[in-house]
Write a protein that binds this ligand. Structure first.
Ligand code: MTE
Ligand code: MO
Length: 463
């Protein structure tokens, strides 16, 4: 809805506040519920001290609706209405204040960004919408509220219709399929709690700096995903001889460096990888239909893999005998190292083992006495077997693992300890997984900044 700023001024003599009955009448008229009855949503209100001047920030279908609501104010003074926009809309317009074309095919970037800001997401870019969650906000429940789940998009967020939607499965199959959402819902439903982490999480901590989204540590979140096992759908389609690879195609596309024509967001997996990971075609996130930014109406979830594999707005699966050669498979999401003077590379696959400290927060003031140090830990290669914590460079102490152990979801951990001395307290946490992997002091630098699982360190103050 359009946004407006209202400025109402009156003289000291006509000020209704001095007259209890009129003052109260106006208060009631300007209340949220009364405004809503007039079709006006009040987002904020304040009276400037000492100037008989009232400001309102409101939403209304159009200015006429708003003017009708403001009639009582016009009787006692002056009313000025200015068309306005949110800061998110201003930033998404590139600063010229002209709203971005609200195309019916894409989510309005300013609205999507505003929702993310209101949920507490730290925005990295508006269009495409990228934002991370706060590390202290990771802890709380087994999963996270959907609104606080980090957002990573390469292109505009497509508005895929649910009635017209079909998932097509073609290529080397016996029976090409075109499944509606209703048909997918009629198949056996499975739920899995799965942690998604962007391969670039922690990128901004690499030194020297690398290009790409400057993620802090909050490009990771956990949800319970519900949908249909990918293998079940593949069995229905029936694989033809030679079938060994799959390409997953998202509905989104855009222009990328070095390519003249727009590319689709596409990723591949081998059939073995699909079976090993128990990949899911998910339509629900924490019991709610997927939101548009997270892939409505259907996304792939590949447990254990960096989240680039979990293609959103999935519309097509193509079965082939050759690995997927798409841009985001072949040109991006590779580790590029220089080892002993030799260039080496490897594709980004499983998430590295990693622990994050959610409490205390960086710079937090802690009273002396007993405290709980808490956080989460996860790995793509297995479940977490231990988390060790070191205080002020002291010996590693085993933290307690809390809650269920799940294969591809993060594990909570905590260490209860006593703080006797005041001053800085540096907490470090290091996870080890059941595959025997643990975290390096400093993750190996790579050109595109993927897989940074350096040991997390937080410094608080004991007072
Ligand atoms: N279709 C499509 N799928 C996608 C992406 C995308 O840009 N388009 N981004 C990928 C990347 S890099 C990540 S980290 C995750 C982010 O998922 P989220 O936004 O639900 O957190 O989606 C993956 N799937
Ligand atoms: Mo990502």
């Amino acid at each position: 809805m359009p946004l407006f700023i209202v400025n109402h001024q009156h003289s000291a003599e006509t000020c209704p506040a001095g007259d209890p009955a009129r003052g109260v009448m106006l208060l009631n008229h300007l209340s949220l519920s009364s405004a809503a009855r007039h079709g006006v949503l009040i987002k904020g209100e304040a009276v400037a001290q000492g100037s008989n001047s009232l400001f309102l920030i409101v939403e209304a279908a159009d200015e006429a609706v708003l003017q009708a609501f403001l009639a009582p104010l016009r009787q006692i003074g002056n009313v000025e209405v200015t068309a306005a926009m949110t800061c998110a809309a201003m930033v998404s317009s590139g600063g010229d204040g002209r709203p971005v074309d609200a195309s019916p095919e894409f989510l309005d970037p300013a609205d999507a960004c505003q929702d993310a800001i209101e949920a507490g997401i730290l925005i990295h870019s508006v269009n495409p919408l990228n934002g991370e969650t706060s590390v202290p906000g990771l802890a709380g429940g087994a999963v996270m509220p959907n609104g606080r789940f980090y957002l990573r998009n390469h292109f505009d967020i497509p508005k895929v219709g649910s009635d017209s939607y079909r998932l097509s499965i073609g290529g080397l199959v016996e029976r090409p399929l075109n499944l509606s959402m209703r048909e997918l819902h009629n198949l056996h439903a499975e739920s899995q709690v799965v942690t998604l982490e962007c391969a670039g999480n922690g990128r901004s901590l690499f030194d020297p700096a690398v290009p790409g989204e400057p993620w802090g540590l909050g490009a990771v979140s956990t949800a319970e995903w519900t949908g249909v096992r990918l293998t079940e759908v593949l069995e229905r389609a029936g694989l033809r001889p030679g079938a060994s690879e799959l390409t997953f195609r998202g509905a989104d596309s855009g222009v990328v460096g070095g390519h003249g024509t727009p590319v689709r967001f596409e990723r591949g997996l081998s059939l073995d990888q699909v079976r090993e990971t128990d990949a899911l075609l998910a339509y629900e996130m924490n019991g709610e239909p997927l939101s548009r930014p997270h892939g409505y109406p259907l996304r792939l979830i590949v447990p254990g893999w960096y989240a680039v594999a979990s293609v959103k707005w999935l519309t097509e699966i193509v079965v082939t005998d050759k690995p997927c050669g798409a841009y985001y498979q072949a040109e991006k999401y590779w580790y590029h190292w220089v080892r002993n003077g030799q260039a080496e590379r490897a594709p980004v696959k499983l998430m590295n083992v990693r622990a994050l400290i959610s409490s205390p927060d960086e710079g937090e003031k802690l009273p002396r006495g007993e405290i709980a140090i808490r956080g989460v830990a996860w790995s793509g290669a297995g479940s977490i077997s231990r988390v060790d914590v070191s205080l002020n460079g002291g010996p590693w102490r085993a933290a307690r693992l809390v809650g269920e152990r799940r294969r591809a979801a993060w594990q909570w951990w905590e260490l209860i300890t006593r703080l006797e001395q005041t001053g800085p307290l540096t907490v470090r946490a290091r996870a080890t997984d059941t595959a025997g992997r643990t975290q390096p002091e400093h993750a190996e630098w790579n050109r595109l900044g993927y897989g940074n699982n350096s040991i997390h360190s937080v410094t608080a103050q004991v007072i």
